[in-house]
Design a protein around this ligand. Structure first.
Ligand code: FES
Length: 113
């Protein structure tokens, strides 16, 4: 269980077993969150609270990571100021700044302009 955080819901929660992995502190939407070394960014965000992972930029519908292996692109998220990163393919690092994406991110924000 992540310290100081609510479980996302009964369907997605950390298995209650002794976890000896080191803790890693990151920032998710401006909030300090403690997770475990080796957690993916997608898992850390889903465990952090029960809000939607992201919103569809056209319809505004709530979206969640689906495949957790780099295929579906449902886990796009901003990491350290770089938009459209696949959260399921990145592991948390100390001090990482993670922000949920609420709309389409222009390429300029990815440092490609
Ligand atoms: S959850 Fe499918 S690509 Fe990340």
């Amino acid at each position: 269980m992540m310290t100081g955080q609510r479980e996302r819901n009964a369907v997605f929660s950390r298995i209650n077993v002794a976890d000896r992995r080191a803790t890693v502190t990151v920032e998710i939407d401006g909030r300090t969150v403690t997770c475990r070394k080796g957690d993916t960014v997608a898992a850390a965000v889903m465990l952090a609270d029960d809000g939607p992972y992201r919103r569809n930029p056209v319809s505004g519908a709530a979206r969640e990571p689906y495949c957790m292996m780099g295929i579906c692109f449902e886990c796009l998220i901003e990491i350290d100021g770089v938009a459209n990163q696949q959260g399921c393919l990145r592991t948390v690092e100390p001090g990482m700044r993670i922000r949920r994406q609420r709309a389409v991110q222009p390429l300029r924000e990815r440092g490609e302009a």
